[in-house]
Design a protein around this ligand. Sequence first.
Ligand SMILES: C[S@@+](CC[C@H](N)C(=O)[O-])C[C@H]1O[C@@H](n2cnc3c(N)ncnc32)[C@H](O)[C@@H]1O
Length: 196
Amino acid sequence: MLPLEADAVVTDPPYGMDWNTDHSRFTQGQNGTGGKHTRVDKRIEGDAEDFDPTHLLKYERVIIWGMQHFPNRLQRGSVLVWVKKYPDAYGTFLSDADLAWMKGGCGVYVSKVMHPAKHQSEKCHPTQKPVPLMAWCIEKTKLPKGSTILVPYMGSGTTGLAAIRLGMNFIGIERDAAHYKTSCDRIAHELDGALL
Ligand SMILES: C[S@@+](CC[C@H](N)C(=O)[O-])C[C@H]1O[C@@H](n2cnc3c(N)ncnc32)[C@H](O)[C@@H]1O
């Protein structure tokens, strides 16, 4: 579908990890937390292949999560860090943090947004990011309200929700029909709330 006109690309693509999304295999998996049963066994579309961000790099403002998986395909830029865990849990299980590449500059910026473990019942995508984290990313573009954020690899629509909350327009693209429907439902719900 690309290229499409937009002021910025903010995206969380498949990382190329072939990630097993059955979180119930972990003792602290989402099925063990007492939250809503949202187990998703299906692998993420496109995750079995290496991700190549080249088609996104021509946009003026670009933020791409998962940069540690494809650093050889990126130019010098800034790094956004999401520390997902509370300090006591550093080094215990899986990654402590995730990294995004931002086009331009060479700074390293850390988000204070924590993993919303207490909101597990709201989880509707196996690799869902918190809305405040994606809002922080959009704010990093320093674009004014009414700008258009392009969100390829939309997943469950998290970045769309963040864009709406910040008064931005957005274009979302998602290949998986079930995730696309989840996005549409979440966005419709968000817009209903905004119109109240
Ligand atoms: C890491 S997930 C994004 C999760 C999102 N941040 C969220 O909070 O829900 C990446 C998404 O990209 C989708 N995807 C993979 N290949 C795609 C493609 N070629 N075009 C559009 N979407 C694609 C997958 O189905 C998956 O939902």
